[in-house]
Design a protein around this ligand. Structure first.
Ligand SMILES: NC(=O)c1ccc[n+]([C@@H]2O[C@H](COP(=O)([O-])OP(=O)(O)OC[C@H]3O[C@@H](n4cnc5c(N)ncnc54)[C@H](O)[C@@H]3O)[C@@H](O)[C@H]2O)c1
Length: 329
């Protein structure tokens, strides 16, 4: 297989690039390095390109043809919810503009498979705890909206390719809370998710803050589904193989563990892994935080034969190790 990985120098993309390379697939990375780090993909061909730029479609076509690419995994996107509320149109230009160029370039070449990074943010604030793929998607911020529109665009591209008699399949993966590091040098350097935020606060000698401990959950704090980035990376490989086998009865899959962990449980796991006592501060609830959001993973288990291997302690330990915060000795 010859795979173009957009955003391959990013946190999740670089894990997939590493797995693809390890199993002998040819990999071409396209990344504008806006948040990516080039050393994560040292030794591999990389095209430095803003996918939303005016010349991106033509440059993608040239790169795809030069490297005989047959599949694309599309990670490249802006991903900060708060920033997307402040600058929604920039999010549409980057995430929708970038995907438009990827899809038009795929249509002009012999690309037959695409995997798209979608998100649990497409669901918004569901009033059920266990979220299945058939639930109505009602994203509550521009970031989640760009992901849902991206899914629709891909569905339309599949239909259009079918009408034209062209072989083109796509899988949309809705990630839940991605964390940990498969290799320390590929760790998440953005301090935006719970585990990196807590580690950052501890390293700075500050107490982590829990936003709301009066939710209707067992310990009062929000419950989320944390999935190890290496497990998530494996799900992309499974999705590619699923499409190559010709099976595409479903095209959208949750990626999570199917088990929730509360904010307090995550902080306890960090205390255990770092060997430090952590006394969190209590803060007010944040707007738009549902009490519990856990992935129903039955579909991905049944059709892609994928399931998460790492539990919360292993996820946290890998993140703590990558941050150089394991206890000495
Ligand atoms: N990290 C998460 O928890 C999470 C959860 C759900 C979905 N996602 C999605 O997964 C994907 C990857 O996320 P990540 O955590 O690895 O983020 P990241 O910021 O580490 O990676 C994104 C990569 O895309 C590149 N990029 C961004 N815009 C680009 C553009 N216009 N042209 C070319 N390259 C561009 C960046 O330089 C970076 O290397 C994103 O689409 C994100 O929305 C992430």
């Amino acid at each position: 297989m010859s795979v173009l990985v957009t955003g391959g120098a990013g946190y999740i993309g670089s894990h997939v690039v590493r797995l693809l390379s390890e199993r002998g697939d040819d990999v071409l990375v396209v990344d504008d390095l806006s948040t990516g780090i080039e050393s994560r993909v040292t030794g591999l061909p990389i095209v430095s390109l803003d996918l939303a730029a005016a010349d991106a479609e033509d440059r993608l076509v040239a790169a795809i043809e030069e490297h005989s690419v047959d599949s694309i995994i599309h990670f490249a996107a802006k991903k900060q919810v708060g920033e997307s509320v402040e600058e929604p149109i920039m999010y549409y230009r980057q995430n929708i503009g970038g995907l438009t160029n990827v899809l038009t370039a795929a249509g002009r070449t012999s690309i037959d498979s695409l995997v798209f990074s979608s998100s649990a943010a497409t669901y918004g604030m569901p009033d059920v705890e266990m979220v299945g793929e058939d639930l109505d998607c009602r994203p509550i911020n521009p970031y989640g909206q760009t992901k849902l529109i991206g899914e629709w665009m891909i569905d339309n591209a599949i239909t259009s390719a079918n009408i034209q008699g062209k072989k083109f399949n796509a899988v949309k993966l809705r990630y839940f809370n991605v964390a940990g590091a498969g290799w320390p040098e590929l760790a998440d350097t953005a301090v935006m998710n719970l585990i990196p935020i807590v580690l950052g606060r501890i390293a700075a000698g500050k107490a982590p803050i829990i936003f709301g401990d009066d939710y209707d959950t067992a310990d009062g704090t929000c419950i989320r589904d944390y999935v190890h980035v290496k497990d998530l990376a494996e799900a992309h490989i499974a999705a590619l193989d699923y499409m190559k086998s010709g099976a595409t009865s479903e095209t959208v899959f949750n990626v999570g563990t199917g088990t929730g962990a509360s904010v307090k449980e995550v902080i306890d796991a960090i205390a255990e892994a770092t060997g430090r006592e952590i006394v969190p501060e209590m803060g007010e609830r944040r707007a738009g935080d549902p009490p519990a959001l856990v992935a129903d993973v039955s579909r991905i288990g049944a059709l892609l034969s994928w399931k998460a291997e790492f539990d919360l302690d292993e996820i946290v330990r890998s993140a703590v190790e990558a941050a150089g915060m394991l206890p000495e000795g």
